[in-house]
Design a protein around this ligand. Structure first.
Ligand code: RFL
Ligand code: PHB
Length: 393
């Protein structure tokens, strides 16, 4: 078999890239290790920047997001019980974000893919890129007990942090930057109305908490837990009690609890690989970088990688601009590091980590006070949260 681009991984990055390329007449094949239901079972991101929403529309998969997604004009940050409103609209000249679950947008992209004439293999085993430095790259894999080989021009590694793509690049050609935080986020999804119309990020003596949502009837809450905590040790009852203790009093009183639909612990890590390209292999999304979820930047940074590769490949195939190929990594990394910095900053200021000295705690409080109590400070948070514009190729 032969195609132009083999995409490894059918998470949001792979599916979005596949649809955008297909709409430019650039054929591609997607190879995914697990089943569609398994992909849809991962409850992850909820906040989309404008740039992401625009890409989803350009991919022909934005209709349901526009109908059911909720436009949010601000968020709240609560520090030791005091709530501050960050007004995106006012502070950024009219920008906002859309609250629409990763599960839903993945479902929309899967449906768009099914309605296109492009091939996808789910449950593809032993996916392996070959000859990535050579003239005739190809990808081998097994499916339904048969061995397959696809020749291609380019390979897009959209297979997340644990995927094969990054591991296929010889170690001496890449540098990895990593920071692991001593704790994780325990998330709970429930069929209950959200406690507040906007998201609330909470800094508290007992640790961080976040009140988020998927709709007016479905809430997503998170609490910071220790690095060695097990989800089995957290009954719904224990989760709700701990959340209430961390929320400002008025919110704790209003909180409506209910049985969990899903509960899981996500680790917190900052990670970047440089460069994000080797030969004909490009790394996108979580395959190239991870952020702790505090700034809601993971999926959004993945989308800006997709935008960069899609615009470069469109020009390669439509205008013969092969000179642009080697600009991919540099274009992505500027935005990637900006997202890293913001996520790291939000994480350190809003969490309570073991080993932080009393002096550092005081500095964090003072820094938060400055950012939350001045319009300049709130504007910086707002601009970063709604996202910077994409660079054009
Ligand atoms: P994914 O979603 O990990 O998809 C990778 C896909 O590749 C497949 N795969 C393979 N396929 C073939 N062969 C192999 N060898 C393979 N190895 C792996 C996997 O099965 C999978 O289907 O990566 P992608 O597409 O780059 O998407 C990245 C996002 O999922 C991630 O950045 C976000 O979820 C991060 N994130 C958030 N981002 C935001 O922008 N806003 C948010 O509000 C937000 N909240 C979050 C988050 C992540 C969280 N967790 C669980 C880490 C909240 C949480 C709790
Ligand atoms: C979510 O709704 O899952 C969510 C929202 C904001 C974040 C992280 C996760 O920063």
């Amino acid at each position: 078999m032969k195609t132009k681009v083999v995409i490894i991984g059918a998470g949001p990055s792979g599916l979005l890239l596949g649809q955008l390329l297909q709409r430019q007449g650039i054929d591609n094949v997607i190879l995914e290790r697990v089943t569609p239901d398994y992909v849809l079972g991962r409850i992850r991101a909820g906040v989309l920047e404008q740039g992401f929403a625009d890409l989803l529309r350009a991919a022909g998969a934005g209709e349901r997001m526009d109908q059911e997604g909720e436009v949010h004009d601000g968020v709240e940050i609560a520090v030791d019980g005091k709530r501050t409103h960050i007004d995106f609209k006012k502070l950024t000249g009219g920008k906002s974000v859309i609250v629409y679950g990763q599960t839903e947008l993945t479902r929309d992209l899967m449906e768009a893919r099914e309605n296109s004439n492009q091939i996808s293999y789910y449950e593809a085993q032993n996916v392996t890129p070959h000859e990535i430095e050579g003239e005739l790259p190809f990808v081998s894999f097994e499916h339904d007990g048969k061995k397959h080989k696809i020749q291609c021009d380019y390979i897009a590694g959209c297979d997340g942090y644990h995927g094969i793509s990054r591991k296929s690049i010889p170690r001496e050609h890449i540098t990895e930057y990593e920071e692991i935080y001593p704790g994780g986020w325990l998330g709970l999804l429930s069929e209950t109305p959200p406690v507040n119309p906007e998201l609330v990020y909470v800094r508290h003596e007992r640790g961080f908490a976040l009140c988020s949502m998927r709709s007016q009837t479905r809430s997503r809450y998170y609490i910071q837990v220790g690095a060695d905590e097990m989800v089995e040790d957290w009954s719904d009852e224990r989760f709700w009690q701990e959340l209430k203790r961390r929320l400002p009093d008025d919110l704790a009183e209003k909180l409506i609890t209910g049985p969990s639909i899903e509960k899981s612990i996500a680790p917190m890590r900052s990670f970047v690989v440089e460069p994000m390209q080797y030969g004909c292999l490009f790394l996108l999304g979580d395959a190239a970088h991870i952020v702790p979820p505090t700034g809601a930047k993971g999926l959004n940074t993945a989308a800006s990688d997709v935008h960069a590769l899609y615009s470069i490949l469109s020009k390669v195939y439509n205008e013969g601009r092969t000179d642009l190929i080697d600009t991919y990594s540099e274009r992505c990394l500027r935005r990637v590091w900006n997202g890293q910095r913001f996520s790291w900053w939000m994480t350190n200021l809003l969490h309570k980590f073991p080993g932080t000295s009393a002096f550092e705690e005081k500095i964090h409080s003072s820094e938060l006070e400055y950012y939350l109590n001045t319009e300049e400070g709130r504007r910086i948070i707002a601009e970063q949260y709604v996202g910077l514009p994409y660079d054009e190729a």
